[in-house]
Design a protein around this ligand. Structure first.
Ligand code: ATP
Length: 350
């Protein structure tokens, strides 16, 4: 049983990375953040591919790295899976998976038995003799997962493992990955852009922005109280850095005012669920205490609903039904009124 305790400090390109990660045995930590924020760099440092300039990597009671002392990637018990599964094209699935244990000195027969077992655990018993070109993208991803786990790593690093898959395959592979990770007793660090991956696979989320951790917490913590604009978009909420007073007036930094029935004084985060935003052609009458004339910046369809981006005095995303899209003939560039009930605006200290 081994946990992870790491602080990764290094400069990469223009950014200065300082990311701490902790996890207990069997936990999955998702690392999320915008492009170029340092996620892959962190993973490569944990794997031993990039040397630390400060900090440390400890796994269980083993010190893998501190400045001046480092184990090579081969000396770390790490499994790595990337978006591109990078299987050896000339080797059958079983030999791709057996390669890791074999190159770590496990006898041939045992390596093969272990590979067959790992392939069975990801549901690929029927394809052990297939070569990579005979596999679908989802099957190749499973072989890559089996290969990453075949050396019995204490640390499993998954960098956008599902990013190359189409949406259907992705959903199926995600649930198989979840099942396999549940049975894995090491620590998993999962880099992803996909909120669903993070919310369904991870025990803990770590947001990294511009090389720094901006929020950590369980998915439930982050869903309830996102603490950066990026975390807000991941959990699908409109999130504003603002200043609240005791009367429920919330002045958004960057412009605009919200009214809430849930006042918090001082520096606050304010959230508005997109589903709580109503759109109108004309200024709404009645009880809504938040109403703004805004312009539509984008409309994206998601199943039976649409997300409508709005800008003006403030920026806001609304989630409306497809009926509303057609009834209001919503289109980019259109001027509309948006309203939100004061009971739907939540605030919490920043
Ligand atoms: N090989 C490299 N040499 C120098 N700088 C690099 C190299 N690879 C990445 N960088 C820079 O390091 C920074 C962090 O990149 P990194 O790949 O860790 O980000 P990321 O969060 O994983 O991004 P993405 O989500 O786009 O994969 C970026 O500013 C990037 O431009």
């Amino acid at each position: 049983m081994t946990g992870l305790d790491a602080r990764v400090r290094l400069r990469r390109g223009a950014i200065d990375i300082d990311v701490s990660l902790r996890a207990g045995a069997g936990e999955v930590v998702a690392v999320l953040g915008p492009n170029g924020s340092g996620k892959t760099t962190t993973v490569l440092a944990l794997a031993g591919v990039l040397p630390l300039e400060g900090g440390h990597v400890r796994v269980g009671d083993e010190l893998w790295e501190e400045v001046g002392r480092r184990r090579t990637p081969q000396e770390r018990h790490v499994g790595l899976m990337l978006a591109d599964s990078l299987l050896f094209p000339h080797l059958r699935a079983v030999d791709n998976v057996a390669y890791g244990p074999r190159s770590r000195g496990l006898p041939k027969g045992e390596s093969r038995t272990r590979a067959l077992d790992e392939l069975d655990r990801v549901g690929l018993s029927a394809l052990v003799h297939a070569r990579p070109r005979e596999l679908s993208s989802g099957q190749a991803a499973r072989v890559a997962l089996a290969r990453a786990l075949a050396t019995r790593p204490s640390l499993l690093l998954l960098d956008e493992p599902l990013a190359a898959l189409d949406p259907d395959t992705r959903a199926r592979t995600r649930s198989d990955l979840a099942a396999r990770l549940t049975a894995y007793d090491g620590v998993t660090v999962l880099v992803t852009h996909d909120p669903l991956d993070a919310l369904t696979l991870a025990d803990r989320l770590v947001f990294v922005e511009d090389g720094r951790v901006t929020q950590t917490g369980t998915p439930a913590d982050v869903l309830r109280e996102p603490r950066s604009a990026y975390a807000g978009t991941v959990v699908g909420l409109n999130l504003y850095a603002a200043h609240g007073d005791s009367h429920g007036h919330v002045a958004i930094e960057g412009g605009g005012v919200l009214v809430t029935t849930d006042p918090t004084e001082g520096r606050v985060w304010a959230t508005v669920p997109p589903g709580a935003v109503s759109l109108h052609r004309h200024e709404p009458e009645g009880s809504a205490r938040n109403a703004w004339p805004l312009r539509i910046t984008d409309v994206t369809l998601q199943g039976q609903s649409a997300r409508v981006g709005l800008a003006g005095e403030l920026t806001l995303t609304a989630e409306v039904t497809l009926e509303s899209v057609s009834a209001l003939a919503l289109h980019v560039g259109q001027a509309v009124w948006a309203s939100v009930k004061a009971t739907e605006v939540r605030t919490y200290p920043r």
